[in-house]
Ligand binder design. Structure first.
Ligand code: CAA
Length: 257
């Protein structure tokens, strides 16, 4: 498949999906989102790939939804376009997706990073939901995922004023997993992706699903969900291989079964 606004690099067992609209600071129009979701879905079905990275460039991960595309749209047109559904499609990817963020992660760009499973940031990354300054509010998870990630006080501060969190603040507040110098953040994200991709694939998928479930369900439901997945892993070859390998003091060999 050929793409115009993203670049896909396969470095099995990982793959990198890079947004490529540098002159618009990687603003997310529907073509970018369509290409990105279909690339991620294709990689999700590729047995050679275990973990994906979504990234932009050093200056901008993504400057948000394309404002020029929305400026004259009516409510009904926005409803019919339904392009915010692309953010939901990213959530349904079964393999782990890392957002490697440098520069602006603004509006829909911040929401895209949050729709991924974890965020690795460069020291120059900044996260904001400035929609209030456009007379609207975040529409792709910015009031919901952000609040769950960093709590009400900080989320209100960001969403009501549009102020940005630096990479370090984002890390301190639980939005970002790891921060690296700008020169190496992508290499470090790749290293992390390779480490994740080396794990037992079915357990990896369940681990991701189960942590994400904590975002969306009451504790009792999440615990119940987790326990069932845990028991189910005893029906996999890799589950037994991992436990036996520990007992036999050797490295496990995963079969993905
Ligand atoms: N949509 C369309 N174009 C955008 C854009 C966006 N979100 N963000 C930046 N651009 C374009 C600019 O129009 C400019 O293009 P031209 O050279 O053709 O004029 C180019 O990218 C460079 O931008 P700036 O000159 O503004 O760069 P800067 O370094 O001075 O500022 C910035 C950077 C602070 C990110 C600023 O561009 C900005 O505020 N952008 C808008 C950010 C924003 O409000 N995003 C939220 C969008 S709404 C949303 O995302 C809703 C949702 O929840 C889904």
């Amino acid at each position: 498949m050929t793409y115009e606004l993203i670049i896909v690099q396969s470095e099995a067992p990982i793959a990198i999906v890079q947004i490529n609209r540098p002159r618009q600071l990687n603003a997310l129009n529907s073509q970018v989102m369509q290409e990105m979701t279909s690339a991620l879905e294709t990689l999700d079905n590729d047995a050679a790939i275990g973990c994906m990275i979504v990234t932009g460039d050093e200056r901008a991960f993504g400057a948000g939804a394309d404002i020029k595309d929305m400026a004259d749209a009516t409510a009904v047109e926005m409803l019919q376009r339904n392009w915010i559904a692309y953010w939901d499609r990213i959530k349904h990817i079964s393999k782990p997706v890392i957002a490697a963020v440098s520069g602006y992660a603004v509006g829909g760009g911040c929401e895209l990073a949050m729709a991924c499973d974890l965020i690795v940031a460069s020291e120059s990354a900044q996260f904001s939901q400035p929609e209030i300054n456009l007379g609207v509010i975040p529409g792709a998870g910015g009031t919901q995922r952000l609040t769950r990630a960093i709590g009400k006080a900080k989320a209100m501060d960001m969403v009501l004023t549009g102020r940005a969190l630096s990479a370090r603040e984002a890390e301190a507040n639980g939005l970002v997993a790891r921060v690296y110098p700008t020169e190496v953040y992508l290499d470090e994200a790749k290293k992390l992706a390779r480490e994740i991709a080396s794990k037992a694939p079915v357990a990896l998928r369940f681990a991701k699903e189960s942590v994400n479930k904590a975002f969306e369900s009451p504790l009792a439901d999440g615990l119940d969900f987790e326990r069932k997945l845990f028991y189910f892993l005893f029906a996999t070859q890799d589950g037994h291989e991992g436990l036996k390998a520990f007992v036999e003091k050797r490295k496990p060999e995963w079969q993905g079964k």
